[in-house]
Design a binder for this molecule. Structure first.
Ligand code: XLS
Ligand code: CA
Ligand code: CA
Length: 441
Protein backbone atom coordinates (compact mmCIF):
# COMPACT_ATOMS: atom_id res chain seq x y z
CA UNK A 1 0.00 0.00 0.00
CA UNK A 2 1.35 3.46 -0.83
CA UNK A 3 1.75 5.63 2.25
CA UNK A 4 2.70 8.90 0.60
CA UNK A 5 0.30 8.65 -2.33
CA UNK A 6 -0.61 12.32 -2.41
CA UNK A 7 3.01 13.49 -2.35
CA UNK A 8 4.76 13.98 -5.71
CA UNK A 9 8.42 13.21 -6.36
CA UNK A 10 10.21 16.28 -5.04
CA UNK A 11 12.43 17.94 -7.60
CA UNK A 12 14.43 21.13 -7.85
CA UNK A 13 12.44 24.11 -9.12
CA UNK A 14 14.65 26.98 -8.02
CA UNK A 15 14.36 29.82 -5.52
CA UNK A 16 11.44 31.44 -7.33
CA UNK A 17 9.11 28.44 -7.08
CA UNK A 18 5.97 28.67 -4.97
CA UNK A 19 5.42 24.94 -5.03
CA UNK A 20 5.82 23.66 -1.47
CA UNK A 21 6.61 20.23 -2.91
CA UNK A 22 9.83 21.31 -4.55
CA UNK A 23 13.42 22.06 -3.62
CA UNK A 24 14.28 25.74 -3.90
CA UNK A 25 18.05 25.34 -3.44
CA UNK A 26 18.87 21.62 -3.21
CA UNK A 27 19.64 20.60 -6.76
CA UNK A 28 21.17 17.12 -6.56
CA UNK A 29 22.85 17.37 -9.96
CA UNK A 30 24.34 20.84 -9.53
CA UNK A 31 28.10 20.89 -9.16
CA UNK A 32 29.63 22.77 -6.27
CA UNK A 33 33.37 22.58 -5.67
CA UNK A 34 33.78 19.84 -8.27
CA UNK A 35 31.12 17.51 -6.83
CA UNK A 36 27.38 17.28 -7.22
CA UNK A 37 25.33 18.52 -4.29
CA UNK A 38 24.11 14.99 -3.75
CA UNK A 39 27.69 13.72 -3.50
CA UNK A 40 28.77 16.54 -1.25
CA UNK A 41 25.87 16.61 1.19
CA UNK A 42 25.20 12.85 1.40
CA UNK A 43 21.80 13.41 3.00
CA UNK A 44 20.45 10.76 5.33
CA UNK A 45 17.03 10.23 6.93
CA UNK A 46 16.71 9.20 10.57
CA UNK A 47 14.27 6.28 10.73
CA UNK A 48 13.41 6.92 14.38
CA UNK A 49 12.17 10.48 14.08
CA UNK A 50 10.48 10.04 10.73
CA UNK A 51 8.84 6.63 10.85
CA UNK A 52 8.88 5.42 14.46
CA UNK A 53 8.41 8.39 16.83
CA UNK A 54 4.94 9.66 17.68
CA UNK A 55 5.98 13.21 18.77
CA UNK A 56 5.27 12.57 22.43
CA UNK A 57 7.31 14.58 24.97
CA UNK A 58 7.53 14.75 28.77
CA UNK A 59 4.38 16.90 28.98
CA UNK A 60 2.18 15.26 26.41
CA UNK A 61 1.31 12.15 24.49
CA UNK A 62 2.08 11.64 20.82
CA UNK A 63 0.31 13.79 18.26
CA UNK A 64 1.64 12.34 15.00
CA UNK A 65 -1.07 11.28 12.56
CA UNK A 66 0.40 8.57 10.31
CA UNK A 67 -1.46 6.27 7.98
CA UNK A 68 0.42 3.27 9.38
CA UNK A 69 -0.68 3.99 12.98
CA UNK A 70 -3.61 1.53 12.97
CA UNK A 71 -1.13 -1.38 12.76
CA UNK A 72 0.95 -2.86 15.52
CA UNK A 73 3.76 -5.33 16.21
CA UNK A 74 5.46 -6.83 13.19
CA UNK A 75 2.73 -5.60 10.84
CA UNK A 76 3.54 -2.06 11.91
CA UNK A 77 7.27 -2.69 11.46
CA UNK A 78 6.70 -3.98 7.93
CA UNK A 79 4.46 -1.05 7.04
CA UNK A 80 7.13 1.34 8.23
CA UNK A 81 9.69 -0.26 5.92
CA UNK A 82 7.34 0.21 2.98
CA UNK A 83 6.58 3.78 4.01
CA UNK A 84 10.27 4.52 4.51
CA UNK A 85 11.38 3.41 1.07
CA UNK A 86 8.50 5.27 -0.55
CA UNK A 87 9.53 8.38 1.38
CA UNK A 88 13.21 8.00 0.41
CA UNK A 89 12.19 7.85 -3.22
CA UNK A 90 9.99 10.95 -3.01
CA UNK A 91 12.95 12.94 -1.72
CA UNK A 92 15.66 11.18 -3.70
CA UNK A 93 17.89 10.86 -0.65
CA UNK A 94 21.00 8.68 -0.82
CA UNK A 95 21.07 7.45 2.82
CA UNK A 96 19.14 6.40 5.91
CA UNK A 97 20.05 5.49 9.50
CA UNK A 98 18.35 3.44 12.22
CA UNK A 99 18.55 1.90 15.69
CA UNK A 100 17.62 -1.78 16.09
CA UNK A 101 14.38 -0.93 17.93
CA UNK A 102 13.27 1.52 15.23
CA UNK A 103 12.98 -1.14 12.58
CA UNK A 104 11.69 -4.14 14.58
CA UNK A 105 9.86 -4.40 17.90
CA UNK A 106 11.65 -5.83 20.92
CA UNK A 107 10.39 -9.28 21.89
CA UNK A 108 10.03 -10.67 25.39
CA UNK A 109 13.49 -12.20 25.11
CA UNK A 110 16.68 -11.32 23.29
CA UNK A 111 16.19 -14.36 21.05
CA UNK A 112 12.72 -13.13 20.09
CA UNK A 113 14.04 -9.61 19.40
CA UNK A 114 16.70 -11.09 17.13
CA UNK A 115 14.05 -13.17 15.38
CA UNK A 116 12.02 -10.02 14.69
CA UNK A 117 15.13 -8.38 13.26
CA UNK A 118 15.74 -11.46 11.13
CA UNK A 119 12.34 -10.88 9.50
CA UNK A 120 12.70 -7.14 8.94
CA UNK A 121 16.36 -6.93 7.90
CA UNK A 122 15.92 -9.18 4.80
CA UNK A 123 12.86 -7.13 3.91
CA UNK A 124 14.93 -3.93 4.09
CA UNK A 125 17.65 -5.62 2.06
CA UNK A 126 15.10 -6.48 -0.59
CA UNK A 127 13.82 -2.92 -0.76
CA UNK A 128 17.38 -1.65 -1.00
CA UNK A 129 17.87 -3.67 -4.19
CA UNK A 130 15.40 -1.44 -6.05
CA UNK A 131 16.33 1.74 -4.27
CA UNK A 132 19.27 4.09 -4.52
CA UNK A 133 19.07 4.73 -0.76
CA UNK A 134 21.88 3.10 1.21
CA UNK A 135 22.61 2.59 4.87
CA UNK A 136 24.72 5.44 6.25
CA UNK A 137 24.81 3.88 9.72
CA UNK A 138 22.93 1.74 12.16
CA UNK A 139 23.25 1.43 15.91
CA UNK A 140 21.88 -0.40 18.93
CA UNK A 141 19.43 1.37 21.21
CA UNK A 142 20.93 0.58 24.60
CA UNK A 143 19.08 3.29 26.52
CA UNK A 144 15.27 3.09 26.19
CA UNK A 145 14.43 -0.24 27.84
CA UNK A 146 14.28 -0.34 31.69
CA UNK A 147 17.15 -2.87 31.73
CA UNK A 148 19.42 0.06 30.83
CA UNK A 149 18.32 2.26 33.72
CA UNK A 150 21.85 2.28 35.17
CA UNK A 151 23.55 2.46 31.78
CA UNK A 152 24.69 -0.18 29.29
CA UNK A 153 28.45 -0.79 28.90
CA UNK A 154 28.96 1.52 31.87
CA UNK A 155 26.28 -0.17 34.01
CA UNK A 156 27.15 -1.41 37.50
CA UNK A 157 25.46 -4.67 36.50
CA UNK A 158 27.57 -7.13 34.48
CA UNK A 159 24.45 -8.85 33.09
CA UNK A 160 23.49 -5.56 31.48
CA UNK A 161 27.02 -5.16 30.07
CA UNK A 162 26.57 -8.58 28.44
CA UNK A 163 23.09 -7.74 27.14
CA UNK A 164 24.35 -4.49 25.62
CA UNK A 165 27.22 -6.37 23.98
CA UNK A 166 24.79 -8.91 22.50
CA UNK A 167 22.71 -6.10 21.01
CA UNK A 168 25.75 -4.39 19.48
CA UNK A 169 26.98 -7.76 18.17
CA UNK A 170 23.67 -8.24 16.38
CA UNK A 171 23.74 -4.73 14.93
CA UNK A 172 27.27 -5.20 13.63
CA UNK A 173 25.96 -8.27 11.79
CA UNK A 174 22.98 -6.28 10.52
CA UNK A 175 25.24 -3.42 9.41
CA UNK A 176 27.37 -5.86 7.47
CA UNK A 177 24.30 -7.50 5.92
CA UNK A 178 22.94 -4.16 4.72
CA UNK A 179 26.27 -2.70 3.63
CA UNK A 180 26.34 0.04 6.28
CA UNK A 181 29.12 2.57 5.68
CA UNK A 182 29.48 3.54 9.34
CA UNK A 183 28.44 2.27 12.74
CA UNK A 184 27.48 4.70 15.51
CA UNK A 185 27.95 4.51 19.26
CA UNK A 186 25.99 7.18 21.04
CA UNK A 187 26.46 6.78 24.78
CA UNK A 188 22.74 6.82 25.54
CA UNK A 189 23.11 6.26 29.28
CA UNK A 190 26.88 5.88 29.38
CA UNK A 191 27.41 8.40 32.11
CA UNK A 192 26.23 8.89 35.65
CA UNK A 193 23.81 10.85 37.76
CA UNK A 194 25.75 11.20 41.02
CA UNK A 195 29.13 10.18 42.40
CA UNK A 196 27.41 9.17 45.65
CA UNK A 197 26.84 5.69 44.20
CA UNK A 198 29.22 5.60 41.21
CA UNK A 199 32.60 4.00 40.56
CA UNK A 200 33.64 6.16 37.64
CA UNK A 201 36.93 4.34 37.09
CA UNK A 202 35.37 0.92 36.51
CA UNK A 203 32.65 2.42 34.32
CA UNK A 204 35.18 4.15 32.06
CA UNK A 205 37.44 1.09 31.93
CA UNK A 206 34.46 -1.09 31.01
CA UNK A 207 33.46 1.32 28.29
CA UNK A 208 36.98 1.04 26.89
CA UNK A 209 36.78 -2.76 27.05
CA UNK A 210 33.40 -2.73 25.35
CA UNK A 211 34.68 -0.68 22.41
CA UNK A 212 37.67 -3.01 21.99
CA UNK A 213 35.33 -6.00 21.87
CA UNK A 214 33.22 -4.25 19.23
CA UNK A 215 36.31 -3.50 17.14
CA UNK A 216 37.40 -7.14 17.44
CA UNK A 217 34.01 -8.52 16.48
CA UNK A 218 33.66 -6.24 13.44
CA UNK A 219 37.08 -7.46 12.33
CA UNK A 220 36.10 -11.07 12.96
CA UNK A 221 33.03 -10.84 10.69
CA UNK A 222 34.72 -8.61 8.10
CA UNK A 223 32.50 -5.57 8.68
CA UNK A 224 34.64 -2.63 7.63
CA UNK A 225 32.33 0.25 8.52
CA UNK A 226 33.85 3.37 10.04
CA UNK A 227 33.11 3.35 13.78
CA UNK A 228 31.80 6.67 15.10
CA UNK A 229 31.37 8.01 18.60
CA UNK A 230 28.58 10.56 18.97
CA UNK A 231 29.30 12.97 21.81
CA UNK A 232 26.60 14.53 23.96
CA UNK A 233 27.27 16.28 27.27
CA UNK A 234 24.06 15.43 29.15
CA UNK A 235 20.60 13.91 28.67
CA UNK A 236 19.70 11.37 29.71
CA UNK A 237 22.42 11.19 32.38
CA UNK A 238 23.66 14.28 34.17
CA UNK A 239 27.26 13.62 33.14
CA UNK A 240 27.61 11.74 29.84
CA UNK A 241 31.10 10.28 29.38
CA UNK A 242 31.33 11.37 25.71
CA UNK A 243 30.83 15.01 26.65
CA UNK A 244 32.20 16.55 23.46
CA UNK A 245 34.78 15.79 20.78
CA UNK A 246 37.69 16.90 22.97
CA UNK A 247 36.76 14.60 25.86
CA UNK A 248 35.83 11.78 23.47
CA UNK A 249 39.24 12.07 21.85
CA UNK A 250 41.00 11.99 25.22
CA UNK A 251 39.02 8.83 26.06
CA UNK A 252 40.01 7.18 22.75
CA UNK A 253 43.65 8.04 23.35
CA UNK A 254 43.65 6.75 26.90
CA UNK A 255 42.09 3.43 25.84
CA UNK A 256 44.18 3.08 22.68
CA UNK A 257 41.22 3.28 20.33
CA UNK A 258 42.15 6.23 18.12
CA UNK A 259 42.81 4.06 15.07
CA UNK A 260 39.30 2.70 15.06
CA UNK A 261 37.00 5.65 15.69
CA UNK A 262 35.96 8.99 14.30
CA UNK A 263 33.12 11.21 15.49
CA UNK A 264 29.51 11.69 14.53
CA UNK A 265 28.82 15.30 15.42
CA UNK A 266 25.33 16.47 16.21
CA UNK A 267 24.58 20.19 16.12
CA UNK A 268 22.20 20.13 19.08
CA UNK A 269 24.66 18.14 21.19
CA UNK A 270 27.37 20.70 20.42
CA UNK A 271 25.20 23.53 21.70
CA UNK A 272 24.19 21.52 24.79
CA UNK A 273 27.92 21.20 25.51
CA UNK A 274 28.21 24.98 25.43
CA UNK A 275 29.92 24.95 22.04
CA UNK A 276 28.83 26.00 18.60
CA UNK A 277 28.16 23.36 15.95
CA UNK A 278 31.15 24.63 13.98
CA UNK A 279 33.39 24.40 17.05
CA UNK A 280 32.78 20.65 17.30
CA UNK A 281 33.21 20.14 13.55
CA UNK A 282 36.39 22.21 13.55
CA UNK A 283 37.84 20.42 16.58
CA UNK A 284 37.20 17.07 14.93
CA UNK A 285 38.52 18.25 11.56
CA UNK A 286 41.84 19.57 12.80
CA UNK A 287 42.38 16.27 14.64
CA UNK A 288 41.47 14.20 11.55
CA UNK A 289 38.42 12.59 13.17
CA UNK A 290 35.45 14.28 11.50
CA UNK A 291 33.38 11.27 10.47
CA UNK A 292 29.75 12.16 10.02
CA UNK A 293 27.12 14.70 11.06
CA UNK A 294 23.72 14.60 12.73
CA UNK A 295 22.28 17.65 11.06
CA UNK A 296 19.73 19.36 13.26
CA UNK A 297 19.53 22.42 15.49
CA UNK A 298 18.61 23.18 19.07
CA UNK A 299 16.50 26.09 20.21
CA UNK A 300 18.56 28.95 21.69
CA UNK A 301 15.95 29.59 24.39
CA UNK A 302 15.51 25.99 25.50
CA UNK A 303 18.20 24.11 27.38
CA UNK A 304 17.43 20.66 26.07
CA UNK A 305 17.78 18.47 23.04
CA UNK A 306 15.00 19.75 20.77
CA UNK A 307 16.29 18.10 17.58
CA UNK A 308 14.80 20.66 15.21
CA UNK A 309 15.23 20.50 11.47
CA UNK A 310 18.14 22.74 10.49
CA UNK A 311 16.96 26.04 9.03
CA UNK A 312 19.54 28.51 10.37
CA UNK A 313 21.51 29.48 7.28
CA UNK A 314 24.37 30.95 9.26
CA UNK A 315 24.82 27.65 11.04
CA UNK A 316 24.56 25.55 7.88
CA UNK A 317 27.05 27.81 6.11
CA UNK A 318 29.60 27.60 8.91
CA UNK A 319 29.08 23.84 9.14
CA UNK A 320 29.56 23.38 5.41
CA UNK A 321 32.66 25.54 5.58
CA UNK A 322 34.19 23.01 7.97
CA UNK A 323 33.05 20.11 5.80
CA UNK A 324 34.55 21.72 2.69
CA UNK A 325 37.83 22.31 4.54
CA UNK A 326 37.68 18.66 5.55
CA UNK A 327 37.55 17.68 1.87
CA UNK A 328 33.97 16.44 2.33
CA UNK A 329 32.60 13.86 4.71
CA UNK A 330 34.23 10.77 3.22
CA UNK A 331 32.01 7.85 4.19
CA UNK A 332 29.93 10.05 6.48
CA UNK A 333 26.88 12.10 5.64
CA UNK A 334 24.36 14.63 6.88
CA UNK A 335 21.80 12.60 8.78
CA UNK A 336 18.71 14.60 9.73
CA UNK A 337 18.49 13.54 13.35
CA UNK A 338 15.56 15.92 13.58
CA UNK A 339 11.88 15.78 14.32
CA UNK A 340 8.96 17.87 13.20
CA UNK A 341 7.46 19.99 15.98
CA UNK A 342 4.62 18.47 17.96
CA UNK A 343 2.20 20.88 16.34
CA UNK A 344 3.32 19.75 12.87
CA UNK A 345 1.48 16.48 13.28
CA UNK A 346 0.39 15.81 9.72
CA UNK A 347 2.21 13.31 7.57
CA UNK A 348 3.02 15.87 4.87
CA UNK A 349 4.96 17.88 7.47
CA UNK A 350 7.64 15.19 7.25
CA UNK A 351 8.21 16.12 3.63
CA UNK A 352 8.20 19.88 4.27
CA UNK A 353 10.68 19.42 7.12
CA UNK A 354 13.13 17.46 4.98
CA UNK A 355 12.83 19.94 2.13
CA UNK A 356 13.61 22.74 4.60
CA UNK A 357 16.67 20.90 5.93
CA UNK A 358 17.99 19.91 2.51
CA UNK A 359 17.51 23.42 1.12
CA UNK A 360 19.22 24.95 4.15
CA UNK A 361 22.29 22.76 3.74
CA UNK A 362 22.32 23.38 -0.03
CA UNK A 363 22.43 27.12 0.67
CA UNK A 364 25.14 26.57 3.27
CA UNK A 365 27.19 24.54 0.80
CA UNK A 366 26.97 27.14 -1.97
CA UNK A 367 27.77 30.09 0.26
CA UNK A 368 30.60 28.32 2.05
CA UNK A 369 32.14 27.14 -1.24
CA UNK A 370 32.07 30.65 -2.63
CA UNK A 371 33.67 32.07 0.51
CA UNK A 372 36.25 29.30 0.46
CA UNK A 373 37.05 29.88 -3.24
CA UNK A 374 37.48 33.60 -2.58
CA UNK A 375 39.62 32.85 0.51
CA UNK A 376 37.46 35.23 2.55
CA UNK A 377 38.34 33.73 5.92
CA UNK A 378 41.62 32.09 4.86
CA UNK A 379 43.32 35.37 4.00
CA UNK A 380 42.08 37.07 7.15
CA UNK A 381 43.23 34.19 9.33
CA UNK A 382 46.65 33.73 7.74
CA UNK A 383 47.29 37.47 7.97
CA UNK A 384 46.16 37.41 11.62
CA UNK A 385 48.74 34.72 12.46
CA UNK A 386 51.51 36.09 10.24
CA UNK A 387 53.68 36.87 13.28
CA UNK A 388 54.55 33.14 13.26
CA UNK A 389 55.85 33.23 9.66
CA UNK A 390 59.19 34.86 10.51
CA UNK A 391 61.46 36.00 13.33
CA UNK A 392 60.71 34.85 16.86
CA UNK A 393 57.32 33.48 15.80
CA UNK A 394 58.95 31.15 13.30
CA UNK A 395 61.43 30.07 15.97
CA UNK A 396 58.49 29.18 18.23
CA UNK A 397 56.67 27.03 15.69
CA UNK A 398 59.91 25.44 14.47
CA UNK A 399 60.70 24.40 18.04
CA UNK A 400 63.84 26.57 18.11
CA UNK A 401 62.75 28.93 20.89
CA UNK A 402 63.15 28.45 24.63
CA UNK A 403 62.43 30.60 27.66
CA UNK A 404 65.88 32.25 27.36
CA UNK A 405 65.42 33.40 23.77
CA UNK A 406 61.83 34.39 24.49
CA UNK A 407 62.89 36.48 27.48
CA UNK A 408 65.59 38.17 25.38
CA UNK A 409 63.00 38.95 22.73
CA UNK A 410 60.51 40.28 25.28
CA UNK A 411 63.16 42.50 26.88
CA UNK A 412 64.08 43.94 23.48
CA UNK A 413 60.49 44.99 22.71
CA UNK A 414 59.70 48.68 22.89
CA UNK A 415 55.97 48.15 22.43
CA UNK A 416 53.60 45.42 21.31
CA UNK A 417 51.46 46.42 18.34
CA UNK A 418 48.21 44.66 17.43
CA UNK A 419 46.01 44.43 14.34
CA UNK A 420 42.22 44.69 14.55
CA UNK A 421 40.31 41.36 14.51
CA UNK A 422 37.79 43.01 12.10
CA UNK A 423 34.92 40.88 13.33
CA UNK A 424 32.13 43.21 12.19
CA UNK A 425 33.66 43.49 8.75
CA UNK A 426 33.86 39.69 8.52
CA UNK A 427 30.25 39.25 9.58
CA UNK A 428 28.94 41.81 7.12
CA UNK A 429 31.01 40.16 4.37
CA UNK A 430 29.41 36.85 5.27
CA UNK A 431 25.96 38.43 5.00
CA UNK A 432 26.95 39.76 1.61
CA UNK A 433 27.90 36.25 0.46
CA UNK A 434 24.68 34.78 1.85
CA UNK A 435 22.56 37.25 -0.03
CA UNK A 436 24.68 37.35 -3.18
CA UNK A 437 24.98 33.61 -3.73
CA UNK A 438 21.29 33.16 -3.22
CA UNK A 439 20.44 35.94 -5.61
CA UNK A 440 22.34 33.84 -8.15
CA UNK A 441 25.24 36.31 -8.47
C1 XLS B 1 20.15 11.21 20.98
C2 XLS B 1 21.04 10.82 19.91
C3 XLS B 1 20.71 9.52 19.20
C4 XLS B 1 21.87 9.05 18.38
C5 XLS B 1 21.78 7.62 17.97
O1 XLS B 1 20.22 12.29 21.53
O2 XLS B 1 21.11 11.87 19.02
O3 XLS B 1 19.56 9.64 18.45
O4 XLS B 1 22.06 9.83 17.25
O5 XLS B 1 21.60 6.77 19.01
CA1 CA C 1 22.11 12.05 17.08
CA1 CA D 1 19.77 15.13 19.74
Amino acid sequence: MPYFDNIPIISYEGAGSNNPYSFKFYNPEEKVGGRTMEEYLRIGIAYWHTFTADLSEPFGVGTAVRNWNHLDGMELAKARVEAAFEFFEKLGVPYFCFHDVDIAPEGDTLAETNKNLDTIVPMIKDYMKDSKTKLLWNTANNFTHPRFLHGAASSNNADVFAYAAAKVKKQLEVGKELGGENYVFWGGREGYETLLNTDMKIELDNLGRFFHMAVDYAKEIGFDAQFLIEPKPKEPTTHQYDFDVASGLAFLEKYDLTNHFKFNIEANHATLAGHTFEHELHYARVHGVLGSVDANQGHPLLGWDTDEFPTDLYATTLAMYEIIKNGGLGRGGLNFDAKVRRGSFEQEDLIHAHIAGMDSFAVGLKVAQQMYDDRVLEDIISERYSSYDSGIGKDIVDGKADFHSLEDHALSLKEISHQSGRLELIKSTMNQYLLRVNAGE
